[in-house]
Design a protein around this ligand. Structure first.
Ligand SMILES: NC(=O)c1ccc[n+]([C@@H]2O[C@H](COP(=O)([O-])OP(=O)(O)OC[C@H]3O[C@@H](n4cnc5c(N)ncnc54)[C@H](OP(=O)(O)O)[C@@H]3O)[C@@H](O)[C@H]2O)c1
Length: 244
């Protein structure tokens, strides 16, 4: 399912739809009757959310409301949430930590979580921070763009005062595949040990053999919260997985 993007090789299996539209969603759910729904549709940029509050509400909460209200109560829903439902004050927040988002995007995602958990029994809500690949030019991630630039010998300024728990796209896909048949529904935190953006990019460069010295430059950013850790013990216990 997609909305505005140009899918490079559209096949019969791609369906173009605006999921804010209740009638469209009802029609699609009637046709496909999914047992499993991977709900990724969102307006994910915190800045664009602040600048377009109505679009942000309609896209994040509106789509979630439609999917939840119109899908079978027995459908298994996977929802991609965010660490931005938290505020950074708890130094190792678990899934039970009280949500206190500090941005509109965080508030809207927290409302989506609540809508799903109140109306469906079979759900996995996955909270994570920045997802990245390894220098994929189709990715919007700052980390991917930085790896591409560094590989080309260009300079990159990366925040060394902002820390997050990062998620490799292949590790996210492994988790989703493993949870397909899992019945321990609920909220799960995903992500690597806490690192600054500078440290993350540096470590990936080391891993991938990309020269970074002299081109990767540490800088300070004005982002709230400065540090957002995630306690990932729950998913590690369940799947015996490791996030790197
Ligand atoms: N990337 C991250 O680092 C990260 C971190 C935490 C959580 N997440 C969550 O993960 C999910 C995917 O994020 P992403 O980074 O892949 O974002 P993205 O590339 O912007 O993907 C969002 C998707 O939502 C679709 N969409 C938006 N409005 C729609 C509408 N009205 N009807 C139907 N589809 C609509 C978009 O379709 P079109 O492109 O076709 O318009 C796009 O495929 C989001 O829920 C995001 O909040 C992402």
């Amino acid at each position: 399912m997609y909305c505005n993007s140009t899918i490079s090789s559209p096949t019969d299996r791609w369906v173009k739809a605006d999921l804010r539209n209740e009638v469209e969603v009802a029609k699609l759910l009637k046709i496909y009757q999914p047992d499993v729904i991977f709900h990724l549709a969102a307006l994910p940029s915190p800045r664009i959310n602040e600048e377009n509050p109505t679009l942000a509400e309609d896209t994040n909460v509106g789509i979630t409301t439609n999917l939840v209200a119109l899908s079978s109560k027995f459908a298994h829903i996977f929802f991609m949430s965010t660490d931005k439902v938290l505020n950074g004050e708890d130094l190792a927040p678990t899934e039970a930590t009280v949500l206190e988002p500090v941005s509109l995007y965080g508030h809207l995602k927290a409302r989506c979580e609540s809508i799903i958990s109140q109306h469906h029994r079979r759900y996995h809500i996955l909270r994570f921070s920045t997802v990245h690949s390894f220098g994929d030019n189709r990715s919007n991630s700052f980390i991917d763009k930085s790896l591409i630039k560094l590989r080309q010998g260009e300079k990159v300024h990366a925040f060394d005062n902002i820390s997050r728990c990062y998620l490799r796209i292949d590790q996210l896909l492994d988790v989703l595949a493993s949870l397909m048949d899992d019945k321990q529904y609920g909220v799960y935190h995903l992500g690597s040990p806490l690192k600054t953006y500078y440290e993350r990019i540096r470590d990936l460069c080391e891993e991938m053999g990309i020269a970074w010295r002299g081109n990767l430059l540490a800088t300070d950013g004005d982002v709230v919260p400065q540090s957002q850790n995630l306690n990932t013990d729950k998913i590690k216990r369940l799947l015996n997985c490791v996030f790197t």
